[in-house]
Design a binder for this molecule. Sequence first.
Ligand code: PEP
Ligand code: MG
Length: 570
Amino acid sequence: MVQREGIGISPGAVIAEAAVLRHDGMSVEHSIADDSDGELAVFSAAYSSALSSLDSALVSSDDEKAMLMMLQTMLSDPEYLDLIKENIRERKYNAAWAVEAATEKYASLLDKLGDGYFSERASDIRDTGYILIDAIKGESLSAFHLTKPSILVADYLLPSEFLRLNSTFLKGLCLDGGGKTSHIAILARSADIPAVFALGDFSFHAENGVTVAMDGKYGTAVIDPQKKVLSEYRQRCDAAARADAELLKEAGLPAETTDGFRIRLMCNIEGLDGIDGAISSGAEGVGLFRTEFLVLQKSYLDDEEKMEHVYQEAVMRMSQYGPMTFRTYDIGGDKVIEGMGINEENPILGWRAVRFCMENKDLFRSQLISILKASAISDSVRIMFPMISGAEELKEVLAFLEEVKSECREKGIAFDEDLEIGTMIEVPSAAITADVLADYVDFMSIGTNDLIQYTIAVDRGNEKISYLYQPLHPAVLRLIKHVVDSAKAKGKRISMCGEMAGDADYLPILVGMGFDELSMSAHSILEAKRRIRLLDKGSCTQLVNHVLSLPDAVSIEAALKEFSEQYGKA
Ligand code: PEP
Ligand code: MG
């Protein structure tokens, strides 16, 4: 039994078999492959991709250069390559196993020659093997099919990998690393998959098929649990199911405080899959459609018609419940799409979202036209721009939208002339100048995931520094308050669509600040509604005034906890 405590990412308790995915180890499937030619082709594609990834690797120090040269030399060693091919042709090993076996043969010979120089060379050759095996897995990751109900246990997972998994069988997700607001966390919550991240070396202890028990609320996970632990987790599974059923009963009630302050609770989605969950949890619209996730599933990229169809279907299915807010592509950052020329040393501060779209105008134009066409169906469509950093950038993007609208008019393409336009506020410079930005838009929506990341200079996906990722940091709260007040002063609607909105513990502060709308994962809506119905706006406003006078996140958290114990937590 191996027990670990990490970060609870998406609630729910599950017990299921493990399906293990490790990117950086020598964990490979051993299978006899009759189709040697096919395996040789897999190996040769992986070999070319490994070589080109080394060729394009960015190295700065002499040590890194030496390491790169060593890997390139190893990769061109004819004896090593011949042995791999021999393993495939004569022993009928599958490609990854053939690499593993050849690598181990060389490395263990060197190991036997002693410590120091030889054992270092052995570790070099193992590194070479890892690179090839990673490349083989990359080639065949789409073949990482879950064939039965499983908890995926992995070192890490990329958003594109998550999207390629067979979600019917994905019952839970345990990752060695990852932060609470990483995109993989957002995807897990959105798909309502229980998840625990930052579990350290968890994936190294798991094997395919072993029983894993996990609890996404409390951030715990166990491999091969003993009887007593297993029965404890069974009880947690039952309790979680009962609590969900109770919350579902209240899905139809309004999110209204005891003194009559009404908030619109909306849902964040990444595709059509999210709409049923949004409706069943009582969402009054979609406050954030992360459209770039459709592009990550590449088949949508070159197929404008397919994209238009998705947007239109989304609007049709949601329009009776509330608005559909399309956020234009937030491509870049950790959502890099191969073949788009994004290869940066610092992608989070780099060429992403509107910065990328304004230089890829054909792509941007085609998305804007799709959204405009969808707006002809219902007046519930809204458009929202991500990563706006200031008025100049916002004006340029709005001018481009006007250009696209004119083109549509000329071509006779119908759209809603009163379509609402909003900007996300997720960059500190935008938050500070929110009073200026408010003049140009109908609504503003605060993306706290990025706003916190950029304000505190803390990578939202890095578990090592997750202690610094503080939604209650006074700097963050002051920025949020300024944005809310700026929107209200200009009579504009104010919303929050970052993960902070979906954490029920922060609701007294958000209610007190006076948000008109909060947008979150479907699962969070039910709990948020229950909590809001226990709060009164007057006390929440007083709480906000009090916490804004406090010096740090710790004292703010203590004040919030004290408040919640008094009101609003049943
Ligand atoms: C945010 O930054 O809070 C946000 C909603 O956008 P994303 O999480 O997609 O970056
Ligand atoms: Mg963001």
